[in-house]
Design a protein around this ligand. Structure first.
Ligand code: SF4
Length: 291
């Protein structure tokens, strides 16, 4: 039976144990989270003044990579993703402004942080981390710009991806053949993760999830009593968010996007079937008339 257990969770991190799902579905979810969940990011920057030592492009690139807080409604995001993939440009656009100056009387350079970006729109846009250094200004230098944020997906540019890593691993399995038992107490110590124990004549994991599948124990077992494998029906998935969206919202949105895509596929198939049956119907009437 399919089951999901939360192993670890905080604002930006989620570790899940998923059992009973085909690995292909787990991988489809992972890929959708990386490439298809829409996220807000700065996409255009208009400079009105830049007397710093950095090119406009350099500053614009840094601004583009700033994670911005995104609307955490999975339904809204899933529909938006399908629209973007169908070539529709989201209407939503929000403006931010930055004006920074290092006054001559400061006597030393000034660091400009992400918190110096101010939202201009009615709907406030917030940077995830307020203390990200953007650039430095020398004495007397000024930068003034307007930045425009919009929704995009990771397929278009990595800055629109709401996750840094999303990974999963299968549950390690230890197969121990008692009849070939040999020197087990010693080869417990070859494990770099110290996750093996030999007790009452049986070699077992102390914690299977600690095993990194390096097979050092298997190689060290000269009689072939120890074999390492994995169970593909139990996976642990780790989702690390950039902070734009909570990890659970990212996962739920990815699942909705996959469902929407399957619904589109089914409706396309139904249309095709209708066309084929219409064609068959007209062919039959032509042949009757021909007779
Ligand atoms: S495969 Fe490597 S990590 Fe896993 S139990 Fe054997 S020695 Fe330890």
């Amino acid at each position: 039976m399919a089951e999901i257990k939360i192993i670890e969770e905080n604002e930006h991190f989620l570790k899940l144990e998923i059992s009973g799902f085909p690995k292909e579905i787990v991988n489809a979810l992972r890929r959708t989270m990386i490439a298809e969940v829409p996220t807000l990011a700065i996409d255009e920057v208009l400079f009105t003044e830049n007397t710093s030592s950095l090119y406009n492009e350099y500053i614009a690139h840094r601004l583009g990579l700033l994670p911005l807080k995104t609307n955490p409604d999975p339904e809204f995001l899933a529909n938006l993703s399908i629209d973007i993939q169908n070539g529709l440009i989201p209407e939503y656009r929000s403006d931010l402004q930055l004006r920074a100056e290092c006054p001559p009387q400061a006597g030393k350079s000034l660091t400009i942080y992400s918190s110096d970006l101010k939202s201009l729109g009615a709907e406030e846009i917030e940077v995830v981390e307020k203390n990200i250094p953007l650039f430095k200004l020398g004495v007397g230098q000024i930068v003034e710009l307007q930045a425009f944020a919009r929704y995009g997906i990771g397929k278009q540019h990595a800055k629109f991806s709401p996750v840094s890593p999303v990974s999963y691993s299968f549950k390690p399995v230890l197969i121990f053949d008692k009849s070939k038992e040999f020197n087990c107490e010693e080869h417990v110590n070859v494990c770099p993760k110290q996750c093996l124990e030999y007790k009452d004549g049986v070699l077992r994991f102390t914690d299977a999830w600690e095993c990194i599948l390096c097979r050092a124990c298997e190689k060290d077992c000269k009689t072939g009593a120890t074999k390492i494998s994995w169970d593909e029906s139990i996976v642990r998935m780790t989702i690390e968010s950039t902070g734009s969206l909570p990890p659970k919202v990212i996962l739920k949105t990815a699942a909705l996007i996959l469902i929407r895509k399957l619904e589109i596929l089914v409706s396309l198939l139904e249309k095709k079937e209708e066309i084929i049956s219409e064609k068959n119907g007209s062919n039959q009437s032509v042949s009757k008339n021909g007779n």
